[in-house]
Design a binder for this molecule. Structure first.
Ligand SMILES: Cc1cc2nc3c(=O)[nH]c(=O)nc-3n(C[C@H](O)[C@H](O)[C@H](O)COP(=O)(O)O)c2cc1C
Length: 220
C-alpha cells in the first residue's frame, strides 16, 4: 500500500509571471476559469466557500459559481442553512477554486451580500423543475429523521405547486465582492508562483469605477 508520506507530485505544466498576468484580477480569473472549462476539468465551476460563525469557528463547503462580473462572484443556496446563518452574523467569507489538472488555485476573499430578489427569481425560474421543488423540499443543514422526509416533502411540494413552484423565501443568491485575490500556479521543486491582488485601501471604503489593485508576489 502506498504510504501517504510517499504521495507527491511535481507541478510542471505552466508558470504565472507578472508580465503575462492581467492587471485586473477579474480578467485573470476569467481567463483561468475559461481555460479550466476548455480543459474539461471536472466541475470547473465548483468552489469551496468558507464562512466564520460569530463564535469565530470556521466552516467550509462546496458551492457552484453561477456568475461573476465587476460586482463579484455569485452562488445560490438556502439562506437558512449553516452558511446562511454564518453569513448573517459575519459577512466576510473566502472562496477557493482548485483546478487540479491545471495545477492551479484561485483564492478570493471579501464581503458577501444577498443579491436582489429579482436576480434570485430569474435564476430560480431558469432551473429544472426537480431542482425548484428540491429547494422547497430540503430544510438545508437541519437534522432530519431520514431520507424519507425529503421524498415526502418533494412529493408534497410537487403536488402543491404543480409546474409553477415560486422561489422559496429562504432560497436565493449571494455575491462576494472581492477585496483580495490570489492566483497559485504549481511549479517544479515546490517553487510555485503566487500572485496576490489587494484592493488599494482607498478603494475599500468607497470603491471607484476603476478599482486600483496592488499586485505582489508571495513566497510559495
Ligand atoms: C460539487 C458540489 C456543488 C455544490 N453546489 C452547491 C450550491 O451551489 N449551493 C448549495 O447550497 N450547496 C451546494 N452543494 C452542497 C454544499 O456543499 C453543502 O453540503 C450545503 O450547501 C450545506 O452546507 P452548510 O450546511 O454548510 O450550509 C454542493 C456540493 C458539491 C459537492
Amino acid at each position: 500500500m502506498t504510504s501517504l508520506a510517499d504521495l507527491r507530485k511535481s507541478y510542471e505544466r505552466a508558470k504565472l509571471s507578472e508580465d503575462a498576468c492581467h492587471a485586473d484580477p477579474l480578467r485573470q480569473f476569467e481567463q483561468w476559469l475559461n481555460e479550466a472549462i476548455s480543459a474539461e476539468v471536472p466541475e470547473p465551476n465548483a468552489m469551496t466557500l468558507t464562512t466564520v460563525a460569530s463564535n469565530l469557528r470556521p466552516s467550509t463547503r462546496v458551492v457552484l459559481i453561477k456568475g461573476y462580473d465587476e460586482r463579484g462572484l455569485t452562488w445560490f443556496t438556502n439562506y437558512d442553512s449553516r452558511k446562511g446563518q454564518e453569513l448573517a452574523g459575519n459577512p466576510f467569507a473566502a472562496l477557493q477554486f482548485h483546478w487540479v489538472e491545471l495545477e492551479r488555485v484561485v483564492r478570493i476573499e471579501g464581503l458577501v451580500e444577498k443579491i436582489s430578489a429579482a436576480e434570485s427569481d430569474a435564476y430560480f425560474h431558469s432551473r429544472p423543475l426537480d431542482s425548484r421543488i428540491g429547494a422547497w423540499a430540503s430544510p438545508q443543514s437541519q437534522v432530519i429523521s431520514g431520507r424519507s422526509v425529503l421524498l415526502a416533502n418533494a412529493a408534497k411540494y410537487a403536488a402543491k405547486f404543480l409546474l409553477q413552484p415560486p422561489r422559496p423565501p429562504h432560497w436565493g443568491g449571494y455575491r462576494l465582492k472581492p477585496d483580495q485575490w490570489q492566483f497559485w500556479q504549481g511549479r517544479k521543486n515546490r517553487l510555485h508562483d503566487r500572485l496576490r491582488y489587494t484592493l488599494s485601501p482607498g478603494d475599500q471604503a468607497a470603491p471607484v469605477c476603476q478599482p486600483i489593485w496592488i499586485r505582489e508576489r508571495l513566497a510559495p
